[in-house]
Structures are given as C-alpha cells and as structure tokens.
Design a protein around this ligand. Structure first.
Ligand code: NA7
Length: 546
C-alpha cells in the first residue's frame, strides 16, 4: 500500500501502530475477524526490534522454537530454525516470511511515523508523516490523517533508543552508532580503535564480535551485568522433530510457567538456602552447563529471597573470576547487585573476550567520562582516542515509543499528562480517559518478563476477541473505568513489591532514563495474569465501560 496523501481521509475499523511481531499479528487477526485495518510503521519493513537491532552478535535469548508464533500450526511446522538461539538476520527473515505468507504488506504503510492521535466523537484521528531512513528526514508536507474506530499501539517495549548525552559529544569526529538503530549495511570495524559504552545484553552480545574485528576495543562499563553462557548450537533435527510432533503440548507447558517459557525445564522445587552447599552448587552447575535464562530457575526463590539470591550470585561471581585471567579486570566485571534484578544477560564468550590482548575494560565508576573530544573521550584525566564509538546504552523502555506520540483522549486529556507520574492502566491493555485504545505488551502486563511472542499473541487475541464481542453486541466504545485502573495499578505494585525486582536501578523501573518516573512497569507472573484477562472477558469485560 502506498502513502495516504493529503485530503483523502480514509476510515478504518482499526489503526495499528508498529509492524513488529505485535503489529503483524494484530493486523492478521483484525482482518480475519472481518475488520478493516491499517498498520503504520516508521521503518521500511516489518520486524520491529529485529528490524532495527542489526548490531554484530544480535541474537534472541529465548530459544527459537519458543520465540516464534504459535497461532498457525502450518507456519510453525513449516519454518525451520537453524540454531537454538536465532540470530537477528534469521528472525528478520522469519518476520518477512510471515508478512508474505499472510499477505500483510498490502495493509501496511512503511516509512511513516504516527505523530498524533485525537479522540473525536466516536473515533480516533490519526496523523502521520512520511520519513526517510536513516536520518528521519521529513518528506516535504507528505502528511496525512486517517480516522479509525480503534487504535492498537503495537509500538514495542524496546524501540525508543536511549542515547545519553555527554559533554562536548558533538565534537567527536569519528563515527558513532547505537545498537538499536544499526546501519542496514553493517559496519566494518577492521583495524579500528572502538569504544563500546554499555554492558547490558546489547553490549554483551556485540563486544565479543567487535573484538574479533577491531584493532583495539575498549569497553566502558558503568554497572557490571550478570551474564550466563548461551551454549548456542546448531538445531538438532531430532529435537525439532520431537517438538513439532507435539508442538501444542510444548506450547501449553510453556504458557503455564511464570515467564511463559521453558516448560521442559521446570523451576526447581526448593529455595537456594534450603539445600546444602554441594546440592546447590550441583544444581547451579547443571543449569550453567545447559546455558540460557533458565539458569535462575534452579531454585524457586531467586527473586524473592535476598539470601538465596546472594548464594546464586556468588556462584556466578566465582565463574567470572575463574574465566577472566587478569584479576583487576575480573574485579571490575564482578557485579555486587541482586542477580536477575536487571534482566539476566545471555552471552557467547563475553567474559573470555577480556582475556584477549586487544580488549580493555574501563570502570566508569572509577574513571568517569569527563567529556568527548574530537579524537575520542576524556576518561578521568586521560584522552583515549577512538575511530568509532558504539552506544549500547539501551532504550526508553516500555513507554518511550508511546510517549513520543501526542495522544489526546476524551475531554482533551493528554496521555503524557495521565502518565506524568508513571504509566497507569488496567490489565496493561487500556487507559481510563482513552476509549477504544489498546496497548500490546504495555506496562502493567507481564510483557518483558516473559517470552514476548507468547505475551504478544495473548494480547492480540484478547483484543481481537473484544472487538468481535463489541461488534456482536452492538457496542461502539469501550473505556477503562477509573476504579478498575486504580486497583490494577495497586495490584501491579503489590506483586512487584513481593519480589526483589525493585531493588536496583533497572530499565524495568525507568531508572536508566534521566527524569523518567520510577515505577516498576511489568507485572510478574504470566499464568495468573492470563487467567485474570480471561475472567474479565468472560464476565462481559468487567472494569471496562462499554
Ligand atoms: P540495557 O540493558 O538497558 O543496557 C544499557 C547499558 O548501557 C547498561 O550497561 C547501562 O549502564 C549503560 N548505560 C546507559 N546509560 C549510560 C550512561 N549515561 N553512561 C554509561 N553507561 C550507560 O540495554 P540493552 O540494549 O543492552 O538491552 C536491552 C534489552 O534488550 C535487554 O534487557 C534484553 O531484554 C534485550 P547501567 O546498568 O544503567 O549503569
């Protein structure tokens, strides 16, 4: 579909913002249910996070057989993943395949960003403008407005890059990159002096790859992260055949776990401090050897009991010291914080990379970034010269992409104002004052604490069912009730407060973005949440005014 121009204001049943995994499936479900729908996407293609995050080493930390759609058995039977953890290019190919297979592109408008949305009478007026990658240059006056009865924000949780400013950063004459907006043609670091700022998942995945190319790599670390080995491997055809023979049951077991993943490797039955040292070490060693995020599931109290958490963290700290040969570098890499409080990282050779002669680590807490210079960065009193600087500094998570859109609801209420003290909503699906507006995997839902694809499919199906129910029952508007929202916000706070998640400065809390209100955004526990959503629907969408 081409750009929608000037005065031809079109009307749709559903406007969807974003053509990542959420937007793609929302379009498919909306169309299948008989609604007219359009998707606006600022990129030139589908894939969302996997469209933008093309940095070296970018790979999913959820196994491929789980990080894929389950809504179509034909699709999940046909598609062949090549590795246990798929790379970004492979996941992007999968997204493109899905777009082709379900003929999605004909209702998608690419290179187009949504600027504003206004609720008028009984529908949303959605204003967009055409942009050109990579600079986001505006295409003349190529803007347009459409009307839609419903809007679904499928804007992604990690789609608004956080690129911190540093004194004199404009003076640096070399190249700078952000992992979340990587050039499509890739970057050749051969022979270059490269700095990577940030040691979250993106830094931890890219550092080993950049190190093999660059003349010298300097890693600038503000807070050390915990990382466990991925133990990635080529896909075992026998294992794949076993899963595909009973894919439905595999998916069902996954959906019953807290994070909606890893049903074949259930959480251990004990707390880490309920067992002896040898038993604990053996359980953790087994999970370390297996690799992946389920390491934290060795014991059932990793994120609720500080003493158990310390015992698990000690195991990882010892591992880091055993891998990294230089004791001062190892000291800097060993985290002191609660393990799992920030999202656990999953790596291939991250710690071992610091044994290479062309890699050095700077602890920014000991040697801060004073300012950028034309040739590099002043770290403490010393200028370090670089040809390229990579910002692996993360995202304005969960609310960043939504906040960029000027959203005006009923009675002129702005969403920015409604969320000025942090995001508030009901079920993570709708906001009081904003009728016929849904968010997919927004704050207040399990979202980033789960296998995202499971949470996406769950939300899309709930929203599509709701639209069908409204249509069948002659309803035209649906809006969250104020008291339901108030109780939900309290509920999310109560559940988060029962965990150790609130004990560190994570992006779950908005703490990585200066000035962002500190509110724990996702809701731990997928199964209970999914049940609650089902109950709400079965009881005539209780908590919503229709
Ligand atoms: P993350 O996990 O938010 O990591 C960002 C990193 O950048 C982290 O180490 C930050 O240190 C660091 N950072 C951020 N701002 C600065 C400044 N101003 N100075 C120095 N260092 C800074 O983002 P990722 O892209 O790695 O991963 C995001 C998610 O994608 C990940 O959790 C997976 O779900 C996939 P800090 O820890 O804040 O001190």
């Amino acid at each position: 579909m081409g750009a929608l121009r000037g005065s031809e204001q079109r009307r749709y049943d559903v406007a969807i913002v974003g053509a990542g995994f959420a937007g793609m499936y929302m379009l498919h479900r909306a169309r299948s249910a008989g609604f007219t729908a359009v998707v606006f996407e600022r990129g030139s293609g589908v894939g969302g996070t996997w469209y933008w995050n093309r940095y070296p080493g970018a790979r999913c930390d959820v196994p491929s057989l789980e990080y894929s759609y389950q809504f179509s058995d034909d699709l999940q039977q046909e598609w062949e993943w090549s590795e246990k953890y798929a790379t970004q290019p492979e996941i992007l190919r999968y997204a493109e395949h899905v777009a082709d297979r379900f003929d999605l592109r004909r209702d998608m408008v690419f290179d187009t960003e949504v600027l504003s949305m206004q609720w008028r009478d009984d529908s949303w007026l959605v204003s967009t403008r055409r942009i050109t990658e990579p600079a986001g240059a505006v295409h003349g006056d190529d803007s347009s407005t459409i009307a839609a009865r419903f809007v679904v924000l499928a804007t992604g949780c990690l789609s608004s890059a956080n690129k911190p400013r540093f004194p004199d950063d404009h003076r640096f004459a070399g190249h700078t990159y952000h992992t979340g907006a990587w050039p499509k043609d890739g970057v050749d670091f051969s022979g270059q002096r490269v700095a990577v700022i940030g040691t979250g998942s993106s830094g931890i995945q890219s550092v080993p790859m950049i190190a093999t190319e660059a003349a010298h790599l300097t890693v600038l670390q503000r807070t050390p992260a915990y990382s466990v080995p991925a133990r990635n491997q080529k896909m075992d055809p026998q294992y794949v055949a076993g899963v595909k023979a009973n894919y439905k049951e595999f998916r069902r077991k996954n959906s019953l776990t807290r994070a909606a993943l890893g049903g074949d490797t259930p959480t251990g039955p004990h707390g880490a401090n309920e067992v002896g040292d040898d038993e604990r070490r053996a359980a953790l060693e087994a999970r370390w050897q297996k690799g992946g995020l389920l390491f934290l599931g060795a014991f059932n109290d990793a994120l609720t009991n500080p003493e158990s958490n310390r015992l698990i963290a000690d195991f990882v700290r010892d591992k880091i010291r055993s891998i990294v040969r230089d004791s001062d570098t190892a000291r800097k890499l060993v985290p002191e914080s609660i393990i799992g409080c920030k999202r656990l990282c999953v790596d291939t050779d991250y710690y071992d990379t610091f044994n290479r002669p062309n890699v050095s680590l700077i602890d920014l807490r000991e040697t801060p970034i004073e300012r950028f210079t034309e040739k590099g960065i002043m770290l403490g009193n010393t200028e370090h010269q670089f040809d390229a600087i990579v910002f692996a500094t993360g995202f304005d998570a969960m609310t960043g992409a939504i906040s960029k859109i000027e959203i005006t609801g009923r009675d002129g209420l702005s969403l920015r104002d409604a969320w000025s003290a942090g995001p508030v909503n009901y079920l993570g699906l709708g906001v009081h004052g904003f009728p016929n507006l849904f968010t997919i995997t927004g704050p207040g839902s399990p979202s980033v604490l789960t296998n995202m694809i499971v949470s996406i499919e769950h939300h899309v199906e709930w929203i599509a069912d709701c639209l069908t129910w409204m249509s069948n029952n002659g309803k035209t508007t649906i809006e969250v009730q104020a008291d339901a929202q108030e109780h939900w916000v309290q509920h999310v706070n109560t559940v988060a407060g029962m965990t150790l998640y609130t004990s560190c400065s994570s992006w779950y809390l908005g703490a990585n973005v200066p000035g962002k209100p500190r509110v724990f955004m996702p809701l731990p526990g997928f199964p209970a949440y999914a049940q609650r959503c089902a109950d709400v629907a079965q009881n005539g969408y209780v908590g919503f005014q229709t």
